[in-house]
Design a protein around this ligand. Structure first.
Ligand code: NAP
Length: 506
């Protein structure tokens, strides 16, 4: 290999959602041409393609929820609606030549590491042998269905928010919704206007922060068109505020927490006058322990005459509706399950085995963990995007993905230049990393005694407990000592000239 030539790996990217699109763009930019993108559905977009429930929107400001290299002057709302984001994803994928190369309606069933390569079998029975696999499969995409007795007996329409049945009209109907998380509050704020009667089944109240939405005018958009610099500036301004208020508040900054605590309590006090309803809506855990809800309309809508908040626990589902523990049967035409997701499934259920036949179930038998969120000991040349301890919180998941993508590309670059035979974090590095994570957890609000989807089976938050800046800094350069040095490449992939300079597809 000459100094100015590098190995050209073959890479399979699983999923063409926000991260898959980004990864494809970045890999190409790095001069990697042998990329296969498998997508289970018939469109790009991931979560924004799948979640089409009424009111679906992003609760992170739109200008912050954009790829850093492709601002979007056309955002209609400060908190972009689901269809705007889906359009944006489709536009970026098209502009950057990603869409044309995606193999749609083809998911990955089998993924096995043998002799230095990944051997893949897809749902269409196609086989593929590649150097790298990137699981860009997202976090919140396996709907969690509640295990309530009698679910099968219900005769009305029932569906999960992530599988919304648009054939069912809610107008004038008796509608019930189970859950009061980020999804439910968006749904409630929207369908309360048209349902005949809406019963909200709340198990645990949530803290709600009011950040008003805004509709961008033609003049606002015109100012931004063609001005990536201005859009980046706007994005950074929002990001700065979110980092220093919301991220700081949950990761130990007392002043920031006091502020958010004050703002949410004030919001509840000012918005809900009826003391009985207010008491029902008041959580008994620290602000931010569960993911903070952003809504400027939820409290208003829950106070409609046609909406009731039911806080008695659910006993069972009957043929006609929901029976609560006090014996009341709430008769319903439609029952909506806003019950969240199983976040620890990640890339599963694919059948994934790494070195020496180690299965992902075996690797994660005791705990779902990774090294720096993306690397799994025993699974060389495999990257799990947005893996455990990605610092989700109330921040832009696109920004998180961009940081991880740069990290993965730097690792692949080490492989291309022959500095690492294969990329596999050591077990020791993973253990050390997770001890470091655990050490920081004590000062966060997530260990504040509430139940949330942030917690794993042991009750440990799968979050990043330090600052955003710290995370970015630590992922800037891979520490090669944390990777196995004893795994030389067993095959000699094709060499290519170094791309000079890196060029985007656009
Ligand atoms: P979630 O936060 O996990 O909320 C699930 C809700 O269902 C909770 O209120 C939970 O009650 C309730 N629930 C679950 N099982 C139940 C049962 N058996 N009986 C009664 N209640 C039950 O799920 P989510 O609202 O879908 O939100 C998940 C995440 O998706 C968010 O935190 C966020 O990260 C993301 N999201 C983002 C946006 C956005 O705008 N960016 C929008 C929607 C969602 P308990 O609280 O008692 O467990």
């Amino acid at each position: 290999m000459t100094n100015n030539s590098v190995k050209n790996p073959s890479v399979a990217v699983i999923g063409a959602g926000m991260t898959g699109i980004l990864m494809a763009v970045r890999l190409r930019e790095a001069g990697i041409t042998d990329i296969t993108i498998l997508e289970k559905a018939d469109k790009v977009g991931g979560t924004w393609r799948e979640n089409t429930y009424p009111g679906v929107a992003c609760d992170v400001p739109a200008h912050m929820y954009t790829y850093s290299f492709r601002g979007n002057p056309e955002w209609e709302h400060r908190f972009a609606h689901g269809n705007e984001i889906q359009d944006y994803m489709e536009t970026v994928a098209r502009e950057y030549g990603v869409t044309d190369t995606v193999r749609f309606n083809e998911s990955l069933d089998e993924c096995h590491y043998r002799d230095g390569k990944w051997h893949l079998t897809t749902s269409l029975g196609n086989s593929l042998v590649v150097d790298f696999v990137v699981a860009a499969t997202g976090i919140l995409h396996h709907p969690a269905y509640p295990d309530i007795p009698g679910m099968d007996s219900y005769r009305g329409d029932m569906f999960h928010t992530a599988r919304w049945n648009h054939d069912v009209s809610l107008e004038g109907k008796r509608v019930g919704i189970i859950g009061t998380g980020s999804t439910a509050t968006q749904v409630i704020s929207t369908i309360a206007k048209t349902a005949g009667h809406l019963t909200v089944f709340q198990r645990t109240p949530q803290w709600v922060c009011s950040v008003p939405d805004k509709v961008y005018s033609e003049a606002d958009k015109a100012k931004l068109r063609g001005n990536q610099k201005l859009m980046s500036k706007l994005s950074e301004r929002y990001a700065f505020a979110f980092r220093n208020i919301f991220t700081a508040a949950v990761t130990g900054n007392k002043l920031a927490h006091a502020f958010v605590n004050w703002a949410t309590r004030r919001n509840l006090r000012k918005s809900v006058r009826d003391p009985e309803l207010r008491a029902k809506l008041t959580p008994d855990y620290k602000v931010g322990c569960k993911r903070l809800i952003f809504s400027s309309t939820f409290y208003q809508e829950i106070q409609r005459d046609t909406v009731s908040l039911e806080t008695t626990a659910i006993e069972r589902i009957s043929e006609r509706g929901v029976v609560t523990k006090d014996g009341t049967e709430h008769e319903l035409d439609v029952l909506i399950l806003a019950t969240g997701f199983n976040p620890f499934n990640f890339m599963r259920p694919m059948n994934l085995t790494g070195r020496d036949g180690l299965s992902i179930e075996q690797a994660w038998e005791k705990k779902v963990q990774a090294y720096r969120s993306v690397c799994l000991p025993g699974f060389p040349n495999f990257f799990l995007m947005l893996g455990p301890n990605t610092p989700i919180g109330n921040y832009s998941v696109i920004a998180m993905s961009e940081v991880q993508t740069n990290y993965v590309l730097k690792l692949i670059d080490h492989w291309r230049r022959g500095r690492l035979g294969s990329i596999e974090a050591t077990e020791e590095a993973k253990v050390r990393y997770n001890e470091y994570i655990k050490a920081g957890m004590g000062k966060t609000v997530w260990v504040g005694g509430c139940q949330s989807w942030y917690l794993d089976a042991d009750g440990d938050p799968a979050m990043w407990p330090y600052s955003w800046e710290q995370w970015v800094k630590e992922l800037d350069e891979p520490v090669l000592d944390d990777f196995r040095q004893d795994s030389p490449a067993r095959t000699a992939p094709q060499e290519v000239d170094l791309p000079t300079p890196a060029k985007r597809a656009a």
